[in-house]
Design a protein around this ligand. Structure first.
Ligand code: ATP
Length: 506
């Protein structure tokens, strides 16, 4: 299969001038290269000029060269000669385009932009995003550019080996930054995610946090914000799943007074509230498709248009999104926009469920119980609680489908219910049973210490016998039928063995 060819370039001053008729018949570097080359399948242009000005340039380019698929990306740079920033921003755009990709042949155009921009194309083409390099000039027209050195094969392996050894040494010793200290952990999987989050915090990129409910996604988002340059600025957390679908755009992007029926006063919207800081969009998978389009625009162009306004306004907000859903599946099934997914997933964190965090459970039990005891000091009648060994064993053998949130609430409930200073196994049992009614997690129990298959099967049996008794109004014969037993004697035998009382009603 032949590869698709993509042309990627900055749009420079000369290009804009040509489109604006300031340079006679001259086409400028981008249009000349596109005209002189065999047709590209896609043209990706980057601009640090005013977005609308370059958009007008794109319309001119399409008319002049007949090229069809042109994508424009607005890139904000504090200076067009800041190498580090150019490197970071361009890499981010290329990654968002899901590059490198074996099915795509890339061509970077070196001519437009500053010398720093040219240098970064060369570095990227020779390392992370293998690409052909071209340049255009009035004198020689289109030329391909080649270098005799191969940075990736000749120089980097040696350098990388040295640096990966260094990173390994550093990472085993890297202390957790204070902003992340609320995240109680001991397991290597969590340490890895925290170290990744610390690195991501330092970069101005969007973050996508994936994990089951109660795994600490919001706590991570808060820590990333606190460890970033935006600390001290607002951190606004919004649950997209809780927003009424028809109000999502106004809640996020704001509205003008009278923008729609019921808009009695103007509303700034969460983006403006988070100005300069971080907007945490929890349950991003629940965001309606039209709000996804607006969010993508806000991320690409860093501007929003409140409902009822005609002019977009600049915003400076970092997005951290989270979901417990399988977003890749939502993308495949058309519920979530693929382009938005890739925009968000620049920094991606995968929080493991509690049952996969080796060594964390004991630590969390102690820490959360300490917290519950500390909080209780304000309640005069509350006692300082400890756990009996049997109670701890029961906690350790549970699967925790609701993760840390479920663990915390189970401990809190049992601390309140236990009548003495020691929380006993029965107190935990009672607290757990309540939760299990909603969230069974029977297939997720950890094997090994405390696991007892017979006990688990008995638990299921008790549960269904209870339900059958309730549904039959405690009529033994009917309950036996509901359970698929051939007679009620079988039910009596099971109930006797499991210690379930059968209230005789017939
Ligand atoms: N590693 C941890 N150490 C201590 N407490 C934690 C940890 N992870 C989560 N928690 C606590 O568990 C509770 C749930 O965490 P959080 O709200 O961050 O989870 P979440 O993944 O955002 O949940 P949801 O998907 O339901 O919104 C919070 O009270 C939080 O403080």
């Amino acid at each position: 299969m032949s590869k698709r060819s993509w042309f990627i370039s900055w749009v420079g001053k000369a290009d804009h001038d040509c489109a604006e008729g300031l340079r006679g018949d001259d086409l400028g570097p981008v249009a000349s290269a596109i005209k002189a080359h065999a047709p590209f399948d896609k043209i990706c242009l980057l601009t640090n000029y005013e977005f609308d000005r370059t958009k007008a340039y794109c319309a001119w380019l399409e008319k002049t060269t007949g090229c069809v698929e042109t994508d424009l990306f607005g890139v904000e740079l504090s200076s067009p000669t800041n190498y580090a920033e150019i490197y970071e921003q361009v890499s981010r755009e290329l990654k968002a385009l899901r590059l490198p990709n074996d099915a795509i042949e890339l061509t970077f155009h070196l001519s437009p932009g500053t010398p720093a921009m040219t240098a970064i194309w060369i570095i990227l083409a020779k390392t992370r995003f293998p690409a052909k390099l071209i340049q255009t000039s009035k004198e020689n027209g289109l030329e391909s550019v080649d270098f005799i050195f191969d940075l990736a094969n000749e120089y980097l392996p040696e350098f990388l080996q040295r640096s990966s050894e260094r990173i390994e040494r550093l990472s085993s010793a890297t202390p957790t930054a204070p902003e992340f200290s609320k995240l109680i952990h001991r397991s290597p999987v969590m340490r890895e995610q925290i170290q990744l989050a610390q690195k991501i915090a330092a970069h101005e990129v969007p973050v996508l946090i994936l994990g089951e409910t109660g795994t600490g996604k919001e706590l991570f988002a808060e820590a990333i914000h606190a460890a970033s340059r935006r600390t001290g600025k607002p951190f606004i957390a919004v649950n997209c799943g809780a927003m009424p679908k028809d109000l999502a755009n106004s809640e996020l992007f704001g509205h003008k007074k009278g923008a729609f029926t019921g808009a009695d006063s103007a509303r700034p919207g969460h983006f403006r509230e988070a100005e300069g800081g971080t907007l945490f969009l929890d349950e991003i998978g629940d965001l309606p498709l039209d709000s996804q389009v607006r969010l993508l625009r806000a991320l690409q162009q860093r501007e929003i248009t409140p409902l009822g306004e005609s002019k977009p306004a600049k915003v400076n907000v970092r997005i951290i999104a989270a979901t417990h859903r399988d977003l890749a599946k939502d993308v495949a099934e058309g519920r979530f926009r693929e382009d938005l997914f890739h925009r968000l997933a620049v920094g991606i964190l995968n929080l493991p469920p509690l049952r996969e965090r080796d060594g964390d459970l004991d630590l969390l039990i102690d820490d959360l119980l300490d917290q519950i005891n500390r909080d209780a000091t304000e309640t005069p009648e509350a006692q300082h609680k400890k756990l009996s060994q049997a109670a701890r064993n029961l906690l350790v053998s549970h699967g925790w489908p609701g993760n840390i949130r479920e663990l915390y609430h189970t401990l809190l409930r049992s601390a309140i219910w236990s009548s003495s200073a020691t929380i006993e196994e029965a107190d935990i049992q009672r607290s757990l049973l309540d939760v299990r009614k909603n969230n069974v997690g029977l297939l997720d129990r950890p094997l090994g210490k405390g696991f007892d298959l017979q006990e688990l099967l008995d638990e299921i049996s008790r549960h269904y016998i209870d339900r059958a008794l309730q549904q039959s109004g405690h009529k033994k014969k009917r309950a036996a039928e509901l359970l698929g037993f051939s007679n009620y004697q079988t039910l009596s035998n099971w109930a006797g063995r499991l210690g379930v009382g059968l209230d005789e009603k017939d």
